[in-house]
Design a protein around this ligand. Structure first.
Ligand code: ADP
Ligand code: MG
Ligand code: MG
Length: 950
């Protein structure tokens, strides 16, 4: 039982990510800002309402589904199910506001909250027809944590609270079942001992195992009443020894202790870490649910289980889940006993099964989404204990949303809002090359917990996973089972492979949520964490050996298998026909719905014709950033570029530029053509020139070697000349040095050549009858006069070229806004610029004064200390950098109402940044080709949930 309840480990959204370093989906914008300490010191009003406890029972509830903030997800679900007349054991929810108060009062529950709790307890006793602590007829309750977003790392649920040495006898007498009464009591002591008194679980487990062994019991259920009495006795001794006090016999004291432990657990290290990764605000706090117990451990007509209304891994419309006969709570997910697939319940307890199916379909229709539910059957009677929208893989998210639309349960608009944007990027994840995969024998099989092809080197601890990944290796995290403490390792691994656990185990749930291929419960794996080896069917896998598995089938193989582009990519690249791919069609359907709702245009950052073509296929309509310098690195070009740089007079420089001209022209021609007439923004040369030259140190070594060998003459002289020029070009701060527009100002002939290449390519296309709209973008402008200088050159050359070619084409000249001064004087700059594109990478760098190449050294500490929530280079800092964006847009448009405004920094593909750009009223976002689908969906969600100018 050493495992955390796995199902806690699903966060609000299914989180997806494709490439190696997955990044969890960002919670939509708006939930951030203003938090300091990891305590729920809410800015929220707390005292106003005065109601801290909400009752549910007998068809009535104080709360409902809209009250997740106050009651947590679990509490609001219990209230809503109660209102719908479903069989839910009565109880009450102590609100998240009470949690806030608890922290405000220095970790004490105020009297007003405690008073309301006791009042509600009395009401619960009436509803349940039993009393807490009543020896003859004891009420037993569960105490369950529940925040707005479900979170692992919080406290385990405590079941059977209210039992003591006397009530346990009462329970025995009432049920005529001593085994059941003592089984419940031993569970309670262990849970309470662990959660409230913080005694490690294994101390209890050792005692339990000893007694089982001594009595020859293989399974927990093999212990009889006498055995369980002995366990209870030993457990009480453990409590006394470890906590210094006897096990508390007063049920109200037990209840208060459990309640406070829930509040306390909000701030344990695991919970804090989890919130950090998933960007859940610290301030929201948790609710506490106290609920009358029902018993799945009352015998063979009792059971407990969990399930989903559809398959959360594949999205298939099939009833999905697991149950255990004669068991309670944790048993299903703890791996002590192997649960049965839920369909078998139909044969074992048909009446309860039928009812469960009916109720869960009703819940799905009610919530209009796949439901993840928990239930208990006591003596053939079904009770619902939880329901919530189910977490799912990105793959399943797209399947389910398109199915729900086809079933007319939701509208296309709902579907667009339902799917996490990161999900569509998960669909682009690689698959195995089927031939290479087949060629390798199956070593073993586990449960297919989360789809995707994974191949990498085996590591056996989460820390090793992080370390190996840091060294650039791709790893598979191989564990007996995972626990919430492993989350950092799971996060970086290519895939997760475990020996124990079911489809709802921690590894399975977290794997799905991260969009990480996972195979769990591969029972043949004998893992030694200390030896860092794993034996399987006579073979040994050592640390660093390659392992591959398929998260869709559960097959595990030893060896490395090449992965292959996903079906979507195969369609995009033309290898597969769209009609042959169901998943592609659904993907495209969802994205075309998105296109109907979005306002923002979507462009791509692409420098090469093939990238541009891919981006176009993904739905980009236009290029927001074509970095011309990337073209300089093409084959055979560097020597020409170097000659241009090394020239110490204009004539030589022009000669080199003349060689570059046809090459650039051909590049532009290709990119224009791939964009099928959509606008293409081309940035003139941006980086400092020394980036194109060899490193000073390398040159010095080379020269020294040549001299040593006695080399003389031309070759050596050339190297010396090169070194001198490199030294001349050396800058103390190249990022702030001679780059961007400054190069164009000092070497106008570079701008001339680039303009000529662009306009000539456009003219050529015009002659061929293909439309194209070049937008020439001058980078790093901070002063209007810089732009004016360059614009004069561009216009002059463009005019010349058009005259030579006898063709007239439309082009725009604009600038990047990436220097704070540019944003601040946007009104002046807009007098010259026909468009702006926010270069948010440099703008972030220059606004914070953080070097984007060096932020890694301190970002971690900044996040630990809550100075920054997120990496500002990944998600835009709306407060500071964002203000410059908003100012730039407003001032720019004030001066030139038809100014076109976009963004081409990394933030263009980040969903929560896209929300911000929607509000800022930009015309388009531009991002890398593979992020285009994410951006399309995120832009639609932004348009549906925020307004321009908010
Ligand atoms: P988690 O958030 O980890 O899922 P829960 O509070 O839902 O934790 O509790 C876990 C399990 O404990 C439930 O699925 C159920 O089996 C059992 N449980 C909780 N409350 C009750 C109750 N009132 N009666 C019977 N079983 C309960
Ligand atoms: Mg639960
Ligand atoms: Mg820049």
């Amino acid at each position: 039982m050493a495992k955390k309840l796995a199902r806690k480990s699903i966060v609000k959204k299914a989180v997806a990510a494709v490439r190696n370093r997955t990044k969890p989906a960002t919670r939509s914008a708006g939930s951030r800002g203003g938090r300091r300490a990891p305590t729920p010191t809410a800015s929220r009003k707390t005292a106003g309402r005065g109601k801290y406890v909400y009752f549910f029972g007998n068809g009535k509830a104080d709360g409902d589904r809209s009250m997740k903030d106050l009651l947590g997800g679990k509490g609001s679900g219990l209230a809503e199910m109660t209102r719908a007349g479903l069989p839910v054991p009565a109880g009450f929810t102590i609100s998240t506001e009470a949690c806030t108060l608890y922290y405000q009062e220095g970790r004490k529950v105020p009297a007003v909250v405690d008073g309301q709790m006791i009042e509600n307890l009395r009401q619960l006793e009436k509803a349940a027809g039993a009393k807490l602590g009543d020896v003859k007829n004891p009420l037993l309750v569960s105490v369950r944590s529940g925040a707005k977003f479900s979170m692992p790392g919080m406290m385990d649920t405590i079941l059977n609270l209210g039992l003591n040495d006397e009530t346990v006898e009462g329970l025995k007498a009432r049920t005529n079942n001593g085994r059941f009464a003592y089984d419940s009591y031993r569970r309670f002591i262990q849970m309470f001992g662990n959660v409230v008194l913080e005694i490690p679980k294994d101390v209890f487990e050792h005692r339990f195992d000893e007694i089982k062994k001594a009595r020859g019991a293989a399974m927990d259920t093999d212990l009889d009443e006498a055995g369980l009495r002995e366990v209870v006795q030993k457990y009480k001794e453990v409590v006394r020894a470890k906590s210094g006090k006897p096990f508390p016999q007063d049920p109200v004291e037990q209840l208060r202790g459990a309640r406070d432990a829930v509040f306390r657990s909000w701030n344990n290290a695991r919970a804090i870490e989890y919130r950090r990764i998933y960007e859940i605000p610290d301030a929201i706090g948790t609710a506490v649910n106290v609920q009358a117990m029902v018993f799945g451990n009352m015998g063979d007509r009792s059971a407990t289980g969990v399930g989903f209304t559809r398959n959360p891994a594949t999205g298939a419309n099939e009833f999905y889940g697991e149950f255990l006969i004669n068991a309670q709570g944790e048993d299903v997910v703890s791996g002590v006993r192997t649960p049965q697939p839920i369909n078998e319940l139909e044969h074992v307890l048909p009446k309860a099964y039928k009812e469960l199916r009916a109720i869960t379909s009703r819940l799905e229709k009610h919530y209009k989404d796949i439901q993840d539910f928990e239930f208990t059957i006591q003596d053939d009677r079904l009770y619902m204990l939880q329901t919530r929208n189910g977490k799912r893989t990105g793959y399943a998210a797209v399947m389910i949303a398109t199915d729900l639309v086809a079933e007319k349960l939701i509208s296309p608009k709902d579907a667009v809002l339902q799917v996490d944007p990161e999900s569509v990027s998960q669909l682009l994840a690689p698959v195995f090359d089927p031939k290479a995969w087949k060629a390798l024998g199956v070593t073993t099989k586990g449960l297919p917990a989360s789809p995707g092809a994974a191949s990498g080197q085996a590591v056996f601890t989460a820390d090793d996973a992080v370390e190996w990944t840091r060294k650039g290796k791709s790893v598979i995290l191989v564990r007996k089972e995972t626990v919430p403490d492993d989350i950092h390792g799971m996060f970086v691994a290519q895939g997760i492979l475990t020996a124990t656990g079911g489809m709802t185990s921690h590894a399975a749930v977290v794997g799905r949520q991260m969009g990480k291929p996972s195979v769990v419960g591969a029972g043949a794996l004998e893992i030694s964490e200390t030896a860092k080896t794993c034996k399987v069917n006579g073979q040994t896998i050592r640390e660093g050996d390659f392992v591959s598995f398929d998260g869709l089938t559960g097959e595990v193989k030893i060896g490395q298998v090449a992965t292959k582009p996903s079906e979507i990519l195969q369609v995009i690249s033309g290898e597969l026909k769209a009609e042959q791919s169901d998943v592609y069609q659904r993907f495209e359907r969802l994205l075309s719905w998105s296109d109907k709702y979005r306002r923002l245009g979507i462009r791509a950052n692409a420098d090469q014709p093939d990238q541009a073509e891919t981006a176009y296929q993904f739905g980009a309509r236009g290029i927001g950033l074509c970095r011309t310098e990337h073209m300089f690195f093409g084959e055979g070009r560097i020597p020409i570029v170097q000659r241009m740089i090394l020239a110490d007079n204009e004539r030589d420089r022009r000669a080199a530029l003349n060689e570059l001209l046809p090459l650039q022209r051909a590049d532009f021609y290709g990119v224009f053509k791939a964009m099928h007439g959509e606008a293409v923004t081309i940035r003139t040369i941006d980086p400092p020139l020394h980036e194109f030259l060899p490193k000073r140190e390398d040159l010095m070594v080379e020269i020294a070697r040549m001299e040593e060998r006695g080399t003389k003459g031309n070759a050596l002289d050339e190297k010396h000349a090169l070194l001198r020029r490199v030294e001349q070009l050396h800058e103390f701060n190249p990022m702030l040095g001679h780059r961007g527009v400054r190069l164009g100002v000092t070497y106008p002939e570079i701008t001339e050549m680039q303009t000529r290449a662009i306009i000539e390519a456009a003219c050529q296309l015009a002659k061929e009858g293909t439309k194209c709209v070049p937008e020439i973008m001058i980078p790093l402008v901070g002063h209007v006069k810089e732009l004016r200088d360059q614009k004069t050159i561009v216009d002059r050359v463009a005019k010349d070229v058009m005259k030579e070619q006898g063709v007239k084409i439309t082009y725009l000249v604009g600038t990047m806004i990436e220097i704070p001064r540019g944003a601040v004087t946007a009104d002046e700059i807009a007098l010259e610029a026909q468009f702006f594109s926010f270069g948010t990478n440099d703008l972030t760098q220059l606004t914070f004064g953080f070097s984007r190449d060096d932020i890694g050294k301190f970002l971690g500490s900044y996040q630990d200390k809550k100075i920054l929530d997120k990496d500002p280079f990944a998600t835009i800092d709306t407060v500071g950098v964002g203000q410059l964006v908003t100012m730039g847009v407003q001032k720019g448009r004030a001066a030139r109402p038809d100014l076109k405004v976009g963004i081409c920094g990394e933030h263009g593909g980040d969903p929560s940044s896209i929300h911000f750009f929607e509000k800022a009223g930009l015309d388009y976002v531009s991002c890398s080709p593979y992020r285009i689908p994410v951006a399309r969906l995120a832009a639609a969600q932004a348009a549906l949930s925020v307004k321009v100018g908010d």
